[in-house]
Design a protein around this ligand. Structure first.
Ligand code: 9UX
Length: 70
């Protein structure tokens, strides 16, 4: 499935890169697109291995805040 999350706290383009690299390391993540400009993270993942909650937690553990939806 694919989810789109609003992320707060990306204050420079490298933040987007940090999120992208870390999410791609999670088992079950198929693709990651991070837009620094939009403050948006889109993730395609295998539902049998991950949940949206797991992805939110991974982003939050890096120090960013996730608000719902797009
Ligand atoms: Mo830029 Mo982001 O110096 O975590 S990388 S603010």
């Amino acid at each position: 499935m694919k989810t789109s999350l609003k992320v707060e706290g990306m204050t420079c383009v490298n933040c987007a890169r940090t999120i992208e690299i870390n999410l791609k390391r999670l088992k079950g993540v198929k693709s990651v697109e991070v837009s620094f400009e939009l403050g948006r993270v889109q993730v395609e993942f295998d539902e049998e291995l991950l949940s949206v909650e797991n992805i939110k937690e991974a982003i939050e553990s890096l120090g960013y805040r996730v608000s719902k939806g797009t």
